[in-house]
Design a protein around this ligand. Structure first.
Ligand code: CO
Length: 412
């Protein structure tokens, strides 16, 4: 079974998505999500110019060999662009193999280790009232675990806080997607860590009092703290029993987590910007984290993330795969199949895609009573409607960044 055709499809229904579609000589197709939020076209060029010509004529069944060939033959290893491209090829080949086998992908990965995947949603608000409203709306949608992000008094806008006013052109409609905004420049936001450290524990105290001790609560620090600040926050959140504190320090320095770990029992999650097992070497071996945040789409696909999670499992570290709306339904389905099969599944991040995105990507996965299931169609269970995709041309979009009061660019 040879790879006969490889197409890179760019579409921007609710936001930009890059999809690799492989077709074999016997007519099977496979999809891979190659979306790299805010840097999408670099992966398009990498795939089109350097990967597609290498794939044509290769045996679609040899997934491990293709992975090793793309990783090692490039000479330049790792990095988000390379690894997003390899991920897309890898997932598309798993999709094809599972279709050839007539099985949902999780069956090929070892079969179901559970009946469904606990998922968490994103609640947020500028004020406590808005936070409570957002938590309530997530509970009504069936969420059994909720990430809580809050505005900070004195700061105008903060990444991860939904806009209640809506986006330009869609005013009045609450925007619950990650705020990658279309436009020629990234939006700049302001930041003050001391105000944040004072305010966040008061919000979690109020949320615990309002919603009780059972509800798993998560929080994302977006890499903005120094190790000693992160240790302080972890300690001050201990009474509110967080499921995890995510990205507390800039992720590229694994050693920073040693200091955080020495001072707090709040569980730690990290890794959404990682793309290789080497990024986790120290944090897994030294048990500096509790959850691996990598996305299937940015970490070398099913083949490589499965290896990372097996390594993590030896240290009782669980999965917490990245799943905001910039992971397309193709990438989400891949995460769900992997999550079903591994032993050390922890939780899956889940934000519902918009109607336009769902019309472009038909899905067999389901959301039921707080749990996700990838469905039982052969392969990933996602189909790309090329005509719908063609309606939405690429639009430049960037994630926001932030500056301190004196104008210094800060971590984000
Ligand atoms: Co995060």
């Amino acid at each position: 079974m040879k790879i006969d055709k490889a197409e890179v499809i760019v579409t921007s229904p609710d936001r930009n998505f890059i999809t690799l579609k492989l077709t074999t000589d016997d007519g099977l197709t496979g999809l891979g999500d190659a979306t790299l939020n805010g840097r999408e076209l670099s992966v398009v060029a990498y795939l089109t110019e350097h990967v597609v010509p290498l794939l044509l004529g290769r045996d679609a069944h040899n997934i491990e060999d293709t992975w090793q060939f793309l990783y090692r033959s490039a000479y330049w290893r790792r990095g988000p662009v390379t690894m997003a491209a390899i991920s897309a090829v890898d997932v598309a080949l798993w999709d094809i193999k599972a279709k050839a086998a007539g099985m949902p992908l999780y069956q090929l990965l070892g079969g179901a280790s559970r009946t469904g995947l606990l998922a968490y949603g994103h609640a947020s608000g500028k004020s406590l009232t808005e936070v409570f409203d957002s938590v309530n709306s997530h509970l009504e949608q069936g969420f059994k675990a909720i990430r809580v992000q809050t505005g900070v008094p004195g700061l105008k806008s903060i990444y991860g806080i939904a806009s209640n006013k809506g986006l330009p052109g869609n005013e009045g409609v609450r925007y619950d997607h990650e705020p990658a905004q279309r436009g020629a420049l990234p939006a700049d936001e302001d930041w003050d860590t001391r105000s944040y450290l004072r305010h966040v524990p008061t919000v979690f105290e109020a949320v615990r009092n309002e919603f009780g001790p059972e509800l798993p609560l998560l929080h994302d620090g977006h890499h903005r703290m120094t190790p000693i600040q992160a240790a302080t926050l972890g300690k001050s959140l201990e009474p509110y029993d967080l499921f995890w504190l995510e990205d507390c320090t800039p992720a590229e320095n694994q050693e920073a987590l040693r200091l955080v770990r020495r001072h707090t029992t709040t569980p730690l999650a990290i890794g959404e910007i990682f793309n290789s097992i080497w990024d986790y070497q120290q944090s897994i071996r030294e048990q500096l984290i509790d959850y691996v945040r990598s996305a299937v789409t940015h970490t070398g696909g099913i083949t490589h993330l499965k290896k990372i999670l097996e390594f993590a499992g030896q240290y009782q570290i669980k999965s917490g795969m990245h799943g905001p709306t910039d992971i397309s339904p193709v990438g989400m389905a891949a995460a769900m199949h992997l999550g079903m099969a591994i032993h050390n599944f922890g939780i899956q991040e889940y934000m519902k895609h918009g109607d336009k995105t769902n019309a472009v990507f038909g899905q067999s996965y389901s959301w039921n009573n707080g749990m996700l299931h990838p469905g039982n169609k052969p392969g990933l269970g996602v189909e790309l409607n090329v005509d719908e995709a063609g309606k939405y041309p690429y639009a430049t979009a960037y994630l926001p960044y932030n500056r301190l009061a004196d104008g210094t660019v800060h971590d984000g």
